[in-house]
Ligand binder design. Structure first.
Ligand SMILES: *Cc1c(COP(=O)(O)O)cnc(C)c1O
Length: 423
């Protein structure tokens, strides 16, 4: 900039950005940053960058059904600005219970005596251990002292709860007898036995782990952190029954039937709901969690509880089509292929979608995608409605399994633009 060119005033520069849909203070921030950098011309670009940091819908073309970066399970839920009976008992007019809706319905859906909803599964595990084992011992197999991702490390969560971690067995092989010895050891004061699902990895080869029923018979209550939130391994909400890829994923109902006193799981993984954590099982133990002083700090608000109640009702109606995650997960390759007519002129490919979300790490779900030669992921991500695609073998691929059918025409148009005219 030549010395005689005075930098424009922040206000004037901000006013020149009115075409960008942001509140005035944010336009001022962009203008001020541009001037401070000696590059007033960059103000519009900076404002657009602020815009791109806002939470907004994206089209998931990755084929990862529960993509942690994309908010895990997709969920359609709207509500009006009305008040709700969150803590009002409409029958008596007295103080109500926010756990009477979603939590009670989820308990019903997985055959638990009672349930409680908190903000996520990490909070659920921490609260259970704080309520049942604070200052006492909690037994965990060395093979289950895992990190699930996003900072959930079993030993850390146990430490926050105030429970003392007692490690049992070895990384690859732990037997019921190891647990029995730890329970009866005179120096231990065992309050709970904890079983953690190795959600995001597999140990193969020379391995052994006690079954839920074996651990449940040891005496202290068994707490099973199943993580994924599969409610029932029979999947009565799916017309075709359980999909083959569900494999040996532990389910809440069957884990409780096998004798677990409590299960904990996420709301936004295989359950297909909003971010939440669920504690379900024996009524007296759930009650101890509800009474614990941490419960107040971990409770979800009415937005989450209303959305979760909606999902729980769908399960009780056996209506998997009403749960977006299951609707997408259950699509057959044939159904996906039928949508290819919208993508006319583009190259279709067979793909391997995945459940994602730190569940079922080795599982692939046969799927269908559309491919365009070259890496165009930046371009697709910069669209007004960003399309998140992936690159394989030098081509940009959009997997149709995770794309809402109503977005097909938009995705097809975007792919045709980057592919250029045919021929
Ligand atoms: C995913 C997972 C968690 C963490 O759940 P959040 O809801 O993300 O807090 C804890 N335990 C297991 C076994 C999991 O799979």
């Amino acid at each position: 900039m030549a010395p005689q060119d005075r930098p424009p005033s922040v206000d004037r520069l901000a006013r020149s950005l009115v075409g960008i849909d942001l509140p005035q203070p944010l336009l001022v921030d962009a203008a001020r940053a541009a001037i401070a950098a000696g590059d007033p011309e960059s103000a519009a670009e900076r404002a657009r960058r602020i815009q791109r940091q806002l939470l907004a819908p994206v089209i998931n073309g990755t084929g990862v059904l529960l993509h942690t970066n994309l908010g895990r399970a997709p969920l359609a839920w709207t509500q009006s600005a009305h008040y709700s009976n969150l803590e009002l008992d409409l029958v008596t007019g007295g103080r109500g219970d926010r756990q009477a809706g979603a939590a009670a319905l989820l308990a019903r859906a997985c055959g638990a005596e009672a349930a409680m909803v908190v903000n996520n599964c990490a909070a659920a595990v921490m609260l259970v251990l704080a309520a049942l084992a604070e200052g006492r011992d909690a037994l965990v197999s060395r093979g289950e002292l895992v990190e699930i991702g996003g900072g959930f490390r079993v030993p850390d969560v146990m430490a926050w709860s105030g429970a003392r971690l007692v490690e049992v067995g070895t990384t690859n092989r732990t037997r019921q007898a190891d647990f029995a010895a730890a329970v009866s050891h005179p120096e231990n004061d065992v309050a709970v036995v904890v079983q953690v699902h190795q959600s995001n990895f597999r140990v193969v080869g020379y391995t052994e782990a006690p079954r839920t029923a074996e651990l449940a018979g040891l005496g202290p209550p068994l707490v099973a952190d199943i993580g994924s939130g599969l409610l029932d391994s029979r999947c009565g909400w799916l017309n075709g029954g359980p999909p083959p890829w569900l494999d040996s994923e532990p389910a809440a109902r069957q884990t409780l039937e096998a004798g677990a006193a409590l299960v904990t799981f996420s709301g936004d993984k295989l359950l297909g709901g909003p971010q939440a954590g669920v504690i379900a099982g024996r009524a007296d133990l759930v009650e101890a969690c509800r009474r614990h002083r941490l419960a107040r700090a971990l409770r979800p608000g009415s937005l989450v509880l209303a959305a979760l109640q909606h999902v729980a009702m769908a399960y009780l109606r056996n209506d998997g089509d009403a749960i977006d995650f299951w609707r997408m997960a259950a699509l057959t390759p044939r159904q996906l292929r039928q949508r290819l007519s919208v993508y006319d002129g583009l190259k279709d490919v067979t793909t391997a979608a995945t459940p994602g979300g730190g569940t079922l790490p080795t599982v692939e779900i046969e799927s269908v995608g559309v491919a365009v030669t070259g890496d165009h992921t930046d371009q697709l991500r910069s669209l007004p409605r960003p399309i998140i695609a992936r690159v394989a073998d030098g081509a940009t691929i959009v997997d149709l399994r995770t794309v809402h059918p109503e977005d097909d025409a938009e995705v097809a148009a975007a792919l045709r633009r980057i592919a250029g005219p045919p021929g």
